[in-house]
Design a protein. Structure first.
Length: 179
């Protein structure tokens, strides 16, 4: 059984979460969130549905706090087991990047013991089903340049997220437009 909930965050994009008994399965935003239908899917009893509804509400509250600048970490359960093994290891390393900091794809590859796998890390990050919570926006190119962001708004959104976190290390943040 899964439960999906949706919110709109001022000056950002519509956002939704999908949770299951193991934890967060996905953060969907922009057009993906606009297409969501809130509610439960799958079989389950009212107790499970109520628990999932509560978990989804907590995730949405935490995301709202993040965008308001008052949350830096997400202490709720993530359904890591729902991910393929390599992507799970990569995204767990990405989740460990501190708020406001960045790491290069190659640094993530080295951190997981696969120093020559920077491109594979890039692919795992590009298909991250839980953006924001697993902060793929904190992963940059080896030269510090902003590369690839599949979320709504692309690189402009990646730059905005880094700026929201107070990251001023990369001068190109101020140079990216919103078109």
């Amino acid at each position: 059984m899964e439960y999906t909930a949706i919110i709109t965050i001022d000056n950002w994009y519509p956002m939704g979460v999908r949770v299951g008994p193991e934890g967060l399965l996905a953060v969907l935003w922009g057009r993906e969130a606009e297409r969501l239908v809130a509610g439960a899917s799958g079989e389950g009893d009212n107790v499970i549905a109520k628990a999932l509804r509560c978990a989804a509400s907590q995730w949405l509250a935490h995301l709202r706090e993040y965008f308001a600048g008052s949350r830096r970490e997400f202490p709720l359960e993530i359904a890591w087991g729902a991910l393929p093994p390599f992507q799970r290891v990569v995204l767990q390393a990405v989740a460990a990047i501190p708020y406001g900091e960045t790491r290069a794809y190659g640094q993530i590859a080295a951190a997981i013991g696969r120093p020559k796998a920077a491109r594979a890390v890039g692919r795992a990050v590009a298909t991250n089903p839980m953006p924001i919570v697993v902060p793929c926006h904190r992963v940059v190119g080896s030269n510090g340049a902003l590369h690839g962001y599949s979320g709504p708004g692309g690189l402009a959104t990646k730059a905005r997220l880094l700026a929201l976190e107070g990251n001023r290390e990369y001068p190109q943040i101020a140079q990216i437009g919103t078109d």
